[in-house]
Design a protein around this ligand. Structure first.
Ligand code: MG
Length: 161
């Protein structure tokens, strides 16, 4: 078995959709980024790539590549699922913490789990999505950014080495 960890943070600006775990949530600002800026999905991608020994999100989806401009990060996660499967790994579990003081995320956590599970081809019961506020502290607490951390556990598929 292999474990990986991921982290991501995006600046929040006006005129962008607020997307997390593939869910668009009504808010006055959204994450600045080359893709849709989905910090939760980016943290999950880095956790999975790390566990599989496949580098990081920037190695696979460089922000200089026009193909990824405005891309749905859940689509990138689907591509990562294929890469780690080809590498001989199966995803056992993914567990994430979102850091955001606004908007309110708890009504959306279940859909995020389902989106991540569908992209990875695993059960939503193998995915954890928690939401924490920063209690008003720092840039996330001031509503200037959204962040996420994630761990992923993989196992080598039978017969692969
Ligand atoms: Mg990112």
């Amino acid at each position: 078995m292999k474990i990986g960890m991921g982290f991501d943070i995006h600046r929040l600006v006006r005129g962008r959709k607020f997307v997390l775990g593939g869910v668009t949530i009504p808010h006055s600002k959204g994450p600045l980024g080359h893709s849709d800026g989905d910090a939760l999905t980016h943290a999950a991608i880095d956790a999975l790539l790390g566990a599989a020994g496949l580098g990081d999100i920037g190695d696979h989806f460089p922000d200089t590549d026009p193909r990824w401009r405005g891309a749905s990060s859940v689509k990138l996660l689907e591509a990562v699922a294929v890469k780690i499967s080809r590498r001989g790994f199966r995803v056992l579990s993914v567990d994430a913490v979102i850091l955001a003081d606004a908007p309110r995320l708890s009504p959306h956590k279940e859909r995020m789990r389902k989106n991540l599970a569908a992209a990875l081809g695993i059960s939503a019961s193998d995915i954890g999505v928690k939401a924490k506020t920063m209690e008003g502290l720092g840039p996330i607490g001031a509503g200037k950014a959204v962040g996420a951390t994630c761990v992923a556990l993989l196992e080598k598929k039978r017969g692969s080495r």
